[in-house]
Design a protein around this ligand. Structure first.
Ligand code: ZN
Length: 289
């Protein structure tokens, strides 16, 4: 653009306004996404082999009952990728960026023997370290995968025992028991594993869940880039979403379990050449300050 030419400058402003409007429409569209999984709120634990954590509520709450939070609290009951990251006031202080220029990839809901080994192999190929937000019962079922994650130099994040998106609305004793049980399952696999991050399923943070996590020595971890891979839109869309959204400090939300995650696995292979060229990637530190 030529700064001195008013016509060109006006055209540039129009372009910027149009881009801003498109961006608003995108955010608005994403904010509507959380309603969808609520319509699938029944019978979610029927098949233990297909837990679908990221797409559906847990079986802990009454079947088919929407689970709105108290007094305007979280209403999203399903997946982690909720668009909630646009609502900073709902984070209760949870970290949504790395705090540095580095980029962090996070993999939620595993470990899963179908996908976690593929993710580990791809990360190894590109010499990238990441953070795995593991579900306690999956850690208990697959201690070998917890060991493989740690052996490859990745860091761990507690993602609750059974991916209870309403955990934040339960008593502090129940929250503490859930998070502690998850840490115990992880440490049964790797006794000295540092577990210094906690990610609330569904991003449904509450003050009690943040407080208990901190009391247990964990820092609440949210995200800033969500390609909605839990919707299984295909590797191409997941990859494009990540590549266009990331910026210095981004924490990227991905899933290596909870449904068919082959799209995420394939997207990872597509995005790592680009991301490693543009950013320094890190596993979130095991000793956050
Ligand atoms: Zn999750």
């Amino acid at each position: 653009m030529t700064p001195g030419n008013p016509t060109v400058r006006a055209a540039g402003i129009v372009t910027l306004v149009a881009a801003a409007l498109l961006g608003s429409a995108y955010v608005l569209g994403r904010s509507l996404v959380p309603d969808q999984p609520q319509r699938q709120a029944t019978g979610v634990t029927a098949n233990a082999d297909e837990p679908h954590y990221a797409d559906q509520p847990t079986g802990d709450e009454p079947s088919g009952t929407p689970t709105p939070g108290p007094s305007g609290g979280p209403t999203e009951t399903g997946q982690d990728g909720s668009g909630r990251d646009a609502q900073g006031d709902q984070l209760f202080g949870a970290h949504s960026t790395t705090g540095t220029a580095r980029l962090a990839l996070t993999f939620d809901d595993g470990p899963d023997p179908r996908y976690t080994p593929q993710v580990l192999a791809t990360l190894r190929e590109f010499d990238v370290k990441a953070t795995f937000c593991v579900v306690g019962e999956n850690a208990q079922d697959h201690p070998d995968l917890i060991q493989a994650i740690v052996a490859d130099g990745h860091t761990l994040c507690n993602h609750s025992w059974h991916h209870d998106v309403t955990l934040g609305n339960r008593s502090t004793d129940m929250i503490r028991a859930d998070l502690s049980r998850t840490n115990e399952a992880i440490r049964a696999a790797v006794p000295d594993a540092p577990i210094v991050w906690y990610r609330q399923p569904g991003g449904a943070w509450t003050y009690p869940v943040v407080s208990v996590a901190q009391q247990l020595g964990m820092t609440p971890l949210h995200w800033s880039v969500d390609p909605s891979d839990w919707e299984a839109p295909g590797a191409g869309k997941i990859a494009a979403s990540v590549v266009t959204q990331v910026e210095p400090g981004s924490v990227v939300l991905l899933h290596d379990a909870g449904g068919d995650r082959q799209g995420t696995v394939d997207a990872l292979r597509r995005i790592l050449p680009d991301l490693t060229q543009r950013f320094e990637l890190e596993a979130l530190p095991a000793d956050p300050t």
